[in-house]
Design a protein around this ligand. Sequence first.
Ligand SMILES: Cc1cc2nc3c(=O)[nH]c(=O)nc-3n(C[C@H](O)[C@H](O)[C@H](O)COP(=O)(O)O)c2cc1C
Length: 179
Amino acid sequence: MSNPTLLTISGSLRKGSFNRMLLNKAQAAFGPANVLEADLDLPLYNGDLEEAEGVPQAVKTLAQQVRDADAVVISSPEYNKGITGVLKNALDWISRVEGMPFKDKPTVIMSANAGRTGGETGQFMLLSCLAPLQAHVLPGQMLCVAAAGKQFDDTGALTNDLYGKVVETRMEALRAAVT
Ligand SMILES: Cc1cc2nc3c(=O)[nH]c(=O)nc-3n(C[C@H](O)[C@H](O)[C@H](O)COP(=O)(O)O)c2cc1C
């Protein structure tokens, strides 16, 4: 069988994002794959814009990436104990696209945050937001990387073996769900 397609979604847009670093580790742990990287730098959802111009091309591209993916991994920081605005905005746009791209899509979620709970509260909100999209979020140990600034080296590699082991376990389960 050919390699599965893995879509990585970072809930943080910034280049030096710890969640992007965590996604790099997740991608490596998933194994050989055709990797797609989502870009959540989208217009803000606005019903007037949608009515006047339809769904923006960047959203159509993202929705197609979700459709094309065999598996999805989302890593997002929590902002003020909720998911980031860009991630919520992206999920809202995706919900406006025909055909429910996320329906039954094997998905693993994780987070990296400065705080000591590692984004746990934000993950509960993310679970709620994925429910109406009918994503198939895999059960398993929550991966909430706390004190994120101390867990990656200068090259962006995850240095904490305990977190690393959880990433591997979660991504092995995701791969098993699609192969
Ligand atoms: C608007 C905002 C809200 C934040 N809220 C939280 C929070 O609720 N919990 C937390 O642990 N860290 C919080 N932080 C700090 C983030 O965890 C930290 O900036 C982290 O590096 C963001 O992830 P990133 O590196 O992937 O961009 C917040 C940061 C910002 C900018």
